[in-house]
Design a protein around this ligand. Sequence first.
Ligand code: SF4
Length: 317
Amino acid sequence: MTSATKYLFGPVPSRRFGRSLGVDLTPFKTCSLDCVFCQLGHTTVKTLERREYVPLKDVLVEIGDWMHNGGTADYITLAGSGEPTLHSGFGKLIDFIHANSDIPVALLTNGTTLYSPDVRESAAKADVVKVTMSAYDQESFARLHRPCEGVTFNKLLNGTYAFRRDFKRSLWIEVFLVDGINSDIENVRRIAELTKQIKPDKTQLNTCVRPPCEETAVAVSKDKMDELSRLFEPPAEVISEFRSNCPIIEVNEIDIIEMLRRRPCTAVQVAESFDMHLNEVSKYIGKLLRKGVIRSEGGGAGAFYVAVKSKKELIIQ
Ligand code: SF4
């Protein structure tokens, strides 16, 4: 992406969707949940209200320009600074993309709005819908996701079942495991049983390898994730990018490292300097932290990042 955009980020490389252009339909950070493992930090607007959080016409202009300028991606993904289905116009956005390109659309949702027939109708326009299903009862759901009023585990489950009944394209389930909260074999067996009833086309297991919202949200080890994946039928795919799987430093990462070597910056400052979307920067920062190339000073949105290795040291490695 060469010019600054407000609602588009990337295309960024994604293990799940190849080169994915992200579309952000909510202001940071608007969600019906406040998950302990969220890599975006605390939910500031916790709501189930569906409305036009950002002007749909402006999003359509941005994406239309991107297509007109020859933009290419493996997927256009509705995700970003919160829950995309809270935007009342997300179905119209998918219609626009399908009418103007052949790029498939992926919708990443926490599933909490799928109880609504309107949301299900709009979500069914996507080519791939990925729903998070990480709890096995109301208590684990509340502990893991800290939902807003009106959101319950049963509503999530019934909404997802109802969606699966009508949705004939690709439905993926992502199970996010947090050590000590939902990672015991018995817990995961229960999640696997629920997942089986949903009949997804694919099940993926993830854990908190990126800096989570709460320090108490601890990642499950790679060996245990592999073991737990076999409780699903067919076995789930482990998608967490554990340290040993990290790719070598990418060009954008080197630019960010060089800047942080000269002066500590917040994520917002990095985004402004490189004309990048904050979400894209968050992904790079998460990767660099995991690689031990930068460190954070302070916490939350005001944290400063400092490079602890230079470009030269990384290239020698
Ligand atoms: S992980 Fe997703 S569903 Fe959970 S709080 Fe973050 S944005 Fe919302």
